[in-house]
Design a protein around this ligand. Structure first.
Ligand SMILES: *Cc1c(COP(=O)(O)O)cnc(C)c1O
Length: 479
């Protein structure tokens, strides 16, 4: 690692030698279409630099982020994003690249991507990897297109995707976008896939079961090998939604428990930033027999160097321009190499330990219907508080902001009433977890009226959330 990164840190290094290119001699006015050049400067307010700096610094402090607050947003794995990886991703040997440079001048980056493919294959226990998808949901869709191409090739008409009812909403959405019909599979009251319901639904129409393991209740499917066997016996494939890989890194591999395909969320599992709805990445890993269908190109080793392999006749084609979301992939590469295989296992151990510690402290305050024990997260239910005191999961979530904590995920998964889905991650200290538990305890004792109007300390309190998401007001106006 160090050699490669050292090489990439030198401007104009051999790994990224820039080619000679012809710079057009015409002026910019000639090159741009008429009307594309502004007639004059835009009408901006006259401000002193100090005022401008204060404006933006003050705005930046209104944000709640992993860098400023404990952020137990279940399912999202909001763990610390190492600042070292930010620096490494901006090394000039990476930052100054142009995606249209010839392959021979991109060898450093191609090596990094090739080795990322190899590492993701190893962690998944699945040998074929595509780094192209730009988010977990995009990885789901890409993998489902691979599944569709595979069955088309076999001449099998399988058009149903089975999805447990605790699944993330992106699962059915991706299946629909990829042209499949979806069929929900029930969960038992303990929160696991209902094997009887699965047996009744897995048949010659089944293309794939999309399963999240550990599931969205934060529990490892204790019958996972039985589940994957049932789907395989029906002739279908098993897709693992890898959003919860943080809990099982280095402990078990999806390929070993029967998954045929999966996606990773580097912004959850490998500590790259979520970035406010993007950019992310969603690399997928697939079994050998599915690899020919992966998006092209794939980085391959070629003699002493690396090249992009476009000669993949069964490929579903491109799903993303250039090499995927390279900046995110670089951070992922650095994260994995920094920890090493032993370290990745410690990540998972730490995530599970922290979640169980918090579960043990909280379950006496807000009941956790499924789960004496959990993996990396757990789902508490405010249903009793709602009936007895008219305090909802939303009220608790909003009030937490007043105490300096980001809220947990609320009202997901749908199978738990008044759900509060809490994921502390491995990067939090015992002191932070204790403080959070203390505040939850305090909030549940507060007067319902105080909670209904919370938060009281933020610039806005309870916006119309649907309107705010659909029609955001993005223009700043003076107060
Ligand atoms: C986050 C998440 C996804 C979607 O991933 P994105 O990277 O946000 O597109 C899918 N499934 C589960 C369980 C998730 O938590």
């Amino acid at each position: 690692m160090t050699d490669l990164l050292f090489e990439l840190s030198k401007p104009g290094c051999a790994a990224v030698r820039l080619p000679d290119c012809d710079v057009p001699e015409r002026s910019i006015e000639e090159l741009l279409p008429p009307g594309a050049i502004a007639a004059g400067p835009p009408p901006l307010p006259e401000l002193a630099e100090g005022e401008l700096v204060r404006h933006f610094v003050n705005l930046s402090t209104l944000n709640v982020s992993v860098d400023s607050h404990f952020y137990p947003l279940g399912s999202c794995t909001m763990k610390y994003n190492p600042k070292r990886n930010e620096r490494l991703a901006t090394l000039p040997g990476l930052l100054d690249l142009h995606p249209y440079q010839p392959e021979l001048t991109l060898q450093g980056l191609l090596e990094l991507l090739y080795r990322s493919q190899e590492m993701l294959a190893e962690i998944a226990g699945l040998p074929g990897v595509s780094l192209q998808p730009a988010a977990g949901a995009h990885g789901e869709m890409t993998a489902l297109l691979v599944v569709a191409a595979y069955f088309r090739d076999l001449g099998e008409k399988r058009n149903v995707v089975l999805i447990p009812d605790g699944a993330h909403g992106t699962n059915p959405a991706s299946a629909a976008v990829a042209g499949f019909r979806t069929l929900p599979v029930k969960s038992t009251k303990e929160g696991f896939v209902d094997l009887d319901d699965l047996a009744a639904k897995a048949n010659e129409q089944t293309a794939v079961l999309m399963i999240t393991n550990p599931n969205t209740l934060g529990m490892f499917e204790n019958q996972i090998t039985q589940i994957t066997r049932m789907v395989h016996q029906a002739g279908g494939l098993v897709y693992l939604d890898g959003a919860n890989m943080n809990a099982i890194l280095g402990i078990t591999r999806p390929g070993d428990f029967g998954a045929d395909l999966m996606h990773y969320n580097p912004h959850k599992t490998f500590g790259s930033p979520h970035g406010g709805g993007g950019p992310g990445a969603g690399p997928i890993a697939v079994a050998e027999r599915l690899a020919p269908y992966l998006p092209a190109p794939i980085v391959v080793k070629h003699g002493d160097g690396y090249r992009l392999d476009y000669d993949r006749p069964k490929s579903i084609g491109r799903v993303r321009s250039f090499f995927g979301n390279t900046g995110v992939l670089v951070r992922m590469f650095c994260y994995i190499l920094t920890h090493g295989s032993e370290g990745l296992r410690r990540v998972a151990d730490g995530a599970v330990l922290n979640a169980n510690y918090l579960l043990a402290k909280l379950k006496h305050i807000v009941p956790v219907p499924q789960g004496e024990r959990c993996m990396h997260e757990f789902v508490a239910s405010a249903a009793k508080l709602k009936t007895e005191k008219d305090v909802s999961a939303m009220d608790i979530a909003k009030r937490l902001l007043d105490y300096g904590f980001h809220a947990p995920t609320v009202y997901f998964p749908l199978i738990v009433r008044e759900a509060l889905m809490i994921e502390p991650t491995e990067t939090e200290s015992k002191a932070t977890l204790d403080a959070f538990a203390e505040v939850i305890f305090r909030i549940t004792g507060e007067a319902p009226d105080l909670l209904h109007d919370a938060p009281h300390s933020t610039p806005i309190s309870r916006p119309d959330e649907v309107q705010a998401a659909r029609n955001p007001i993005l223009r700043w106006s003076p107060p």
